[in-house]
Write a protein that binds this ligand. Sequence first.
Ligand code: MG
Length: 251
Amino acid sequence: MGRCSTTLRQHSVRSIGAVVAALACALGCATSSQNAVTTSGTNASAAAAGVPNLYDTQSQIEQYIASGRYDEDLAKQVAGARAWLEERSKTATKPAIVLDVDETSLSNWPAYRLNGWARLPNGPCDLQQGPCGLREWQAMGRSQAIAPTLGLARRARELSVAVFFITGRPPNLREATERNLKEQGYEWTAVILLPPGVTFASAVDFKAAERRKLTEQGYTIILSMGDQQSDLTGGFAEKTFKLPNPVYFLP
Ligand SMILES: [Mg+2]
């Protein structure tokens, strides 16, 4: 780890390579940034220890997304949600759908790609060289709509089904989030962000409670869709649809 620390100090962490090196070191590498990500011997020893190799994992993520398989897997899930929307909206009282925002309605892959697919919440976002702090990226409002989800949301509106976004984004991102969603074509009944000054051990504690409030207002939440299991657990939705996320996990 001593060599890693030295290597990190020598970097200004201005490139994907430097971020990769930082992550490799965080996982306990004992080699320089150059050979930590390229030497087959390093991969072999990591595999022998039962530890996923960071470089291999990054490559698999890149291939999964770039190949279109991620889009296919996501579209299948949204198609299931859409079929249920078509069916259940005919009979439900005051029907509603609940959508997560990040990696469900909007994609942040450009920011994650800049970071070697690492989740870096804080710090500035340098769109030319990286790294890109996630909160600063979200504040820019440049995330792209996830097309199948946008289609689902638009269809819900056509069917007079209420659309609610429930997101763990902090409250200071309300304006940027709503602007981004609107510019990408979304319309909604309400956008619910994390309340100010509150933290939750799990997104379940926040999101399930917000769904409960909607049901208490008389809504029938016919479906809830998110990329994290914690978007969906906790009830107050007739069906849940889990989208793929090969990059990060939120409790
Ligand atoms: Mg999400």
